[in-house]
Design a protein around this ligand. Sequence first.
Ligand SMILES: [Zn+2]
Length: 284
Amino acid sequence: MKQIILSVAALALVTACETSSGDYTQESKADIQLYAMNCGHISSPDFAIFGSEGEYDGKAAELAVMCFLIRHPAGDFLWDTGMADALNALPDGQVIDGGAVLTVPVTLESQINSLGLNFEDIEYFSVSHAHFDHVGNVGKLTNSTLLVQEAEYDHMFAEGEAVFVNRDLLAPLKNNKTVKFTGDHDVFGDGRVVITSAPGHTPGHSVLFVDLANEGPVYLTGDLFHQERSRTEKIVPVINFSKPQTLASIELFEANVTARNARVIIQHSVEEQERLPTLPAFLD
Ligand SMILES: [Zn+2]
């Protein structure tokens, strides 16, 4: 009798799995939306430090700053938080060392609100790395779980100065519910949204893989590349934590892009920003 009950239970389990895998392809597959958000703009009069072989010497550059909200049936996930919304109060922006001008023409909060959401509604967030133009609004996400590479978390709170790391912006993160990991992290456990290790720009820098139903596989590059030219010419910034590690990350990244036939979204590319749908439109 016991044997029969076990067999029935096993059969029920197989049937449940078949049903759920059927649902996965028919329904869940189209249930992820990727929203590109304008999280500021950087106008740099001298982009030299973004090329270790002099590639950008004497050149100015315009950089988009993008954040991405991913809406998944199991929760909302914010990838990068851009520059601080507080900069929106400065119409002429803020000038930093080196003469770059930072502007935030529209706040992240207003863009989140325009989708009928508040910061408190976002269950999970992560940042590609600790630099100021990616962590500007982490202090608003007090209700959200931080998903972070252990090496990047250590970099955020290490002793001493680190280039482009603003400890004041990062300090509130110490109070967040936090999941630390090393390597890749599958955000929802179904392989559709995966934080992917790509160290070199910083010790725990990551890119994000998103598997969209209609658009197909997409990679959001964090700061693996700062311009489209940086990707085609494998240009490594002077300021990177490790050039060999960066080049190794680029090799692995490009192999994955080719294997998956993925679209590559360079987060600081103004050209890419112009190609992406603007709110309330999204990729799915
Ligand atoms: Zn950046």
